[in-house]
Ligand binder design. Structure first.
Ligand code: ADP
Ligand code: MG
Length: 388
């Protein structure tokens, strides 16, 4: 179980000085996130329950006065990108730099003029593993720019800035969950977010006190249909809502599913059933966490996975194997997390069973001829802020 390492804030500041000549004005950090439950519910105006994790993206930053932005990352092959804020528009920056530069563009679109910035980024959030390295980079840049340029936006406002960057500059039609978790998370808590009102509430998630470890099993696979599959599921949800005469699937309750079964074609019905039952599971989990604590949420994790596998059809053999082998070797519950078609699963595991679960998943992957997964523990951590 080797967690990714990241240089200390002082090392990043030194690397910034070496690269750009001057010292940074500060170092900020924003975490990745794990979604405990509530998958593909955010863009249906439903409920999600993510938490910020103890792996984060750091950015050393300094203001400039010439409307120029220089951005570099320790991410392999990233290089350095220089742009002028006056020339930014969707499509003008592509590749990894669209995430940090997109945030600056979105801040300007919201009416905040920036003088220019130098940025150096470093991250311990695994990329493409469903832990939202993208929101981590957006939120780290957002809090840095917000403080340095004195724009004074609140965390929920910065979450929308990050989402806009990802939607319009990167071109990924994602919801606001990831940025909300990265900005609003608190150590030992999950963030219960209503994606219709954007109201967020911290929910205690005392994993360590309950003798539990949340393992992330990164399958390291990304199936080629992930982009098309995501858009296709969104379209199914929109069609389902329209045929049911509601503005979003959030408006439907479990009791409405009988009517939906008679109204919708079989596939659209299953897509709708996933979203409606998943919203109910998020609400149930918040209640169970308050009443009984994290040791009692295993069955809801399992039910969420089954719904994504069978109704929403966004799992894959590697994710199913990770979940099944964790479950049959001591995990209290497990589910795929993130958009699907690859990425990571989570397994809620008693401390004493951690080594057994890791060994069992690794053996099952080897026996199936799959590449070795990366397995590590995550804890609910504090959201974005200044480090130095
Ligand atoms: P996820 O958010 O699940 O990790 P995404 O595809 O949404 O996956 O975002 C990953 C992309 O974000 C990377 O391909 C890269 O473009 C960008 N990114 C993430 N972290 C960094 C980093 N440290 N430096 C540069 N780019 C990064
Ligand atoms: Mg992402």
């Amino acid at each position: 179980m080797t967690p990714p390492v990241t240089p200390a804030a002082t090392d990043l500041a030194a690397a910034f000085t070496e690269r750009y000549g001057d010292e940074p004005a500060g170092v900020w950090a924003a975490p990745g996130r794990v979604n405990l439950i509530g998958e593909h519910t955010d863009y249906n105006e439903g409920f999600v329950l993510p938490f910020a994790i103890d792996h984060s993206t750091r950015v050393a930053a300094a203001l400039r006065t010439d409307r120029t932005v220089r951005v570099a990352s320790t991410f392999s092959g990233a290089g350095e990108v220089t742009v002028n804020l006056d020339e930014l528009q969707p499509g003008s920056v592509t590749g990894w730099a669209a995430y940090p530069v997109g945030v600056l563009w979105a801040l300007e679109q919201a009416g905040h003029r920036l003088p220019g910035l130098d940025l150096l980024i470093d991250s311990s959030v695994p990329v493409g593993a469903g832990l939202s390295s993208s929101a981590a980079i957006e939120c780290a840049v957002a809090v840095a720019a917000n403080e340095l340029a004195g724009t004074g936006l609140s965390a929920p406002e910065l979450a929308l800035v990050g989402q806009r960057a990802e939607n319009e500059m990167v071109g990924a039609p994602t919801g606001v969950m990831d940025q909300s978790a990265s900005l609003l998370g608190r150590s030992g808590h999950a963030v219960f977010l209503d994606c219709r009102s954007l109201k967020a509430q911290l929910v205690p998630l005392p994993l360590a006190d309950a003798g539990l470890t949340l393992l992330v099993i990164d399958t390291r696979v990304s199936h080629s249909h992930s982009t098309g599959g995501y858009a296709d599921r969104r379209a199914s949800c929109e069609r389902g809502a329209e045929l049911m005469g509601v503005s979003s699937l959030r408006e439907l309750r479990v009791a409405d599913l009988a009517e939906a079964a008679g109204t919708l074609d079989e596939e659209t019905f299953r897509r709708v059933r996933h979203v409606v039952t998943e919203n109910a599971r998020v609400e149930d989990m918040v209640g169970i966490l308050a009443a009984k604590g994290p040791g009692a949420i295993g069955a809801l994790l399992d039910a969420s996975h089954a719904s994504m596998r069978d109704d929403f059809e966004i799992s894959c053999p590697e994710l199913d194997l990770a979940v099944d082998s964790a479950r049959s070797n001591g995990a209290l519950g497990a589910r795929m997390t993130g958009g699907g078609f690859g990425g990571a699963a989570i397994a809620l595991t008693p401390h004493d069973d951690v080594e057994r679960v890791i060994a069992a998943v690794e053996e099952a992957f080897a026996a199936a001829g799959y590449a070795a997964p990366a397995i590590f523990a995550v804890l609910p951590a504090d959201g974005a802020g200044r480090l130095a």
